[in-house]
Ligand binder design. Structure first.
Ligand code: DGY
Length: 375
């Protein structure tokens, strides 16, 4: 049985209904599950096809109840029902069509156990991916498939039965009821030895972008938390193929991922409770002082890739989530993203993407040389 699962929360109900219907109209899809959030503001899409079922999200994890519980609801159900292919797509994609499903199925036909979609994105979109998830994967697993996955935070993927079982039985995956789920799935897929195919969606994933970076605050905290906690273990060599990237659509090359103007005031917002104490504890003086200066004056120019690397390396994650750490990480990340935007993204799409990839390569190389020193 082949199933498409689309978790939804408060997205436009017409768009959710449209995407569910597109999935249901695909000839090789047997069933479509709209996984409905339990929050009171959740969308109520009108459904017509008999293939579509609205499945209420159940409480599986232990963190904030969010997208992770929704994806885990589908994973657990898929295991119970013996689903062979479980596709996931985000509900807010505005260019979802059969080619996404075909692309994923082609990866399985080619013999792979997990397929992830990857796609071009605007130079200032994907700022959690580029500044948090990719750096941690490169720093922790240099030289492995994990260090180079195109969209490690992407919610568009296909799990075959063996991978469904690995995810359903992984304590890390089950725990992550929040935005950490995508990273947990990415890590667990490779760490469990499943082969990976990356399908390239040339038109990009079209979805609504952001106002100020404050829209991403919860996601930043949760994606940082999961990535910083990933265990440093030996990663098996898995079969891997990534379809090559093609020309990036011209509108994406000039699109802004967020508003700089609306974001700047976040730098000088009042200190969060415990933020300064936390900063004094974990940041070396040569970062702490400009950081305190930044909160006073809004000057983020010091926040280059080297400074950020120190932040990623030095931050110690506490046993339980801590709002003081979240406040600190969020403001540091905002400074880092603004630095990148005004120094590199403004110099054109090619330069921006080359620069971003260069930072990941640099972090990976540094991790490799540390590994070498330890041998
Ligand atoms: C990311 O960073 O990939 C998030 O989707 C926010 O854009």
């Amino acid at each position: 049985m082949r199933v498409v699962a689309i978790p939804f929360l408060d997205e436009d109900p017409a768009l959710v209904a449209h995407n569910l219907a597109i999935a249901a109209s695909h000839p090789s899809v047997d069933r479509v599950w709209g996984i409905a959030s339990s929050s009171p503001g959740a969308s109520r899409p009108d459904i017509e096809s008999k293939k579509i079922e609205i499945v209420p999200q159940t409480r599986i994890g232990e963190l904030r109840p969010g997208k992770g519980d929704a994806m885990n609801t589908a994973i657990v159900l898929a295991l119970e029902e013996g689903v062979e292919h479980l596709h996931f797509y985000d509900a807010d994609i505005t260019n979802f069509d059969h080619t996404w499903i075909d692309g994923a199925e082609a990866g399985v036909d080619a013999g792979y156990e997990i397929v992830r979609h990857q796609f071009p994105r605007a130079a200032t979109d994907a700022m959690v991916t580029w500044m948090i998830t990719k750096p941690f994967l490169a720093m922790k697993y240099p030289g492995t498939v994990l260090a180079g996955i195109g969209q490690p935070l992407g919610g568009e993927l296909l799990l075959t039965s063996a991978a469904i079982e690995s995810m359903a039985t992984s304590p890390m995956v089950r725990l992550r009821s929040d935005w950490g789920i995508d990273t947990a799935l990415t890590f667990t897929g490779v760490a469990s030895g499943h082969s990976l195919y990356e399908h390239y969606v040339a038109g990009g994933k079209r979805h609504s972008l952001y106002g100020s970076l404050a829209d991403l605050r919860t996601m930043v905290a949760e994606c940082f938390d999961v990535a910083a906690r990933l265990p440093v273990i030996e990663i098996p060599e898995v079969g891997h193929f990534a379809e090559p990237a093609r020309d990036v659509p011209s509108d994406l090359r000039s699109q802004s991922g967020y508003s700089v103007e609306a974001t700047l005031p976040l730098l000088t917002a009042p200190w969060g409770p415990g933020e300064l104490e936390y900063a004094s504890r974990i940041l070396p003086d040569d970062i702490l002082h400009p950081y305190m200066q930044m909160v006073e004056t809004g000057d983020y120019r010091f926040f280059d890739e080297t400074t950020w690397h120190v932040v990623l390396t030095e931050t110690v994650i506490p046993g339980i989530p801590d709002p003081a750490l979240d406040a600190l990480i969020f403001r540091l990340w905002v400074g880092r993203v603004l630095n990148y935007t005004t120094k590199h993204a403004v110099r054109g799409y090619e330069h921006a993407l080359d620069y971003l990839q260069g930072t990941i390569d640099q972090y990976e190389a540094a991790a490799k040389s540390t590994e070498g020193d330890q041998r």
